[in-house]
Design a protein around this ligand. Structure first.
Ligand code: PLP
Length: 390
């Protein structure tokens, strides 16, 4: 894989050296963090060090961090009826149309108790629609992401928090994609629950956290059994994964500002190059006029079959992804692009290119070189390549 160019950082990131070292050290510990002997206390120490790092990164209290098996579990744990800030529990869920599948699935809410708020053409939550969904109704739990994983569009979460709290509700923020890419603080956001995932910031896959705001009440565990995580998530902790998560956070956050400003320049150069390529005529950068993550480009070219382009890039040694997903042998349009009002043709034609801390100018050059070869052929509308084989 030496000669590969990895430009799919929103899907997952390489493991940071600091995380690998912490994982190796944790794997050598024999103790159970719940045991009171020295071996147990050593394992507990690793878990608590990681908890402190995760909490500090978003201005939360360490005891508010509940470690989970990742962002999906954190979202599922958060989405439950009965959460409250004041005295009245939230019995309805309002999510946005561009959420991750784990939020769209609604967690512990029955489908008839879920409403979905629209987004604008730029992929940003429509605040007027949100107000109208909350008006004159009992308090709701509202779940919105801080940054969208496909477009990178940042959501007006602080404004949303104001609207939700004025209506007596609770705000959950899926910050999985924003964490390590923009600075935020749980209190400034006005969030009552925040989901995070380690593998988007250089930690291991399969570990994440749900962080609770100080006024939140009513959370019930998804996994019941032992009293781990202050009774909020049963099961012996994934000590190695958690240690890797903590080490990744400790490495990522101080480097973030410098990394992101360098990455943004590369991303802008990429977008200019994509547009200037012959065969990209009519191509658009999705959500370009919204505030966006500095590392993400979602580029759509009418007539392009994104899945074919992803394969073409792959054969040229470049890992990117498409805005649409393959499942059950069918190519599905991106629900995010559909929610933004793009028709199926465009919604199936988007390529996502996402950068990270080790992305280089050479990576961008190689990506553009591959695109120059692919663009002309793949955008011919009568291109015979079909994707039945998926
Ligand atoms: N939320 C968002 C916005 C994501 O991008 C992802 C992963 O792609 C998740 C949640 C799920 O996180 P995990 O892979 O840790 O389950």
């Amino acid at each position: 894989m030496a000669d590969r160019v990895y430009l799919d950082w929103n899907a997952t990131t390489p493991l940071r050296a600091e995380a690998r070292a912490a994982i190796a050290a944790a794997l050598d510990l024999v103790g159970n963090p719940s045991s009171i002997h020295a071996e147990g206390r050593a394992a507990r120490g690793m878990v608590e060090q990681a908890r402190a790092a995760v909490a500090a990164a978003i201005g939360a209290e360490a005891r508010s961090v509940v470690f989970t098996s990742g962002g999906t579990e954190a979202n599922t744990l958060a989405l439950m009826p009965g959460l409250r800030i004041g005295s009245q529990p939230s019995e309805q869920l309002v999510n946005s149309a561009i959420e991750h599948a784990s939020v769209l699935a609604g967690g512990r809410f029955a489908p008839e108790h879920i409403d979905t708020v629209r987004v604008t053409r730029d992929g940003v939550v429509d605040l007027d629609h949100l107000r109208s969904l909350l008006a004159g109704r009992p308090p709701a739990l509202v779940s919105v992401m801080l940054a969208n994983n496909e477009t990178g569009a940042l959501q007006p979460v602080t404004d949303i928090g104001g609207i939700v709290h004025a209506a007596g509700g609770v705000l959950h923020v899926d910050a999985v994609q924003a964490f390590g890419k923009i600075t935020f603080n749980i209190n400034d956001l006005g969030a009552d629950l925040v989901s995070l995932s380690a593998h988007k910031i250089g930690g291991p896959k399969g570990v994440g956290a749900l962080v609770l705001g100080s006024n939140l009440a009513g959370l019930a565990p998804l996994l019941r059994g032992g009293g781990q995580e202050l009774g909020r998530r049963a099961g012996t902790e994934n000590v190695a994964g958690i240690a890797g998560f903590g080490a990744a956070v400790a490495a990522a956050i101080p480097a973030m500002a410098a990394d992101m400003s360098r990455i943004e320049k590369l991303r802008n150069r990429l977008e200019t190059g994509l547009r200037q390529t012959q065969g990209s005529e009519g191509g658009i950068v999705i959500a370009e006029s919204a505030p966006r993550l500095a590392n993400t480009t979602l580029f759509a070219v009418p007539g392009l079959r994104a899945e074919t382009a992803v394969i073409g890039f792959d054969l040229a040694g470049i890992a990117v992804s498409s805005g649409s997903a393959c499942s059950s042998g069918k190519v599905r349009s991106s629900h995010v692009l559909e929610a933004m009002g793009f028709g199926p043709e465009l919604a199936q034609s988007a390529i996502r290119i996402s950068l990270g801390w080790s992305s280089s100018e050479t990576d961008i050059d190689r990506c553009l070189q591959a695109w120059r070869k692919l663009a002309g052929n793949l955008t011919k509308r009568d291109h015979e390549t079909e994707l039945e084989r998926f």
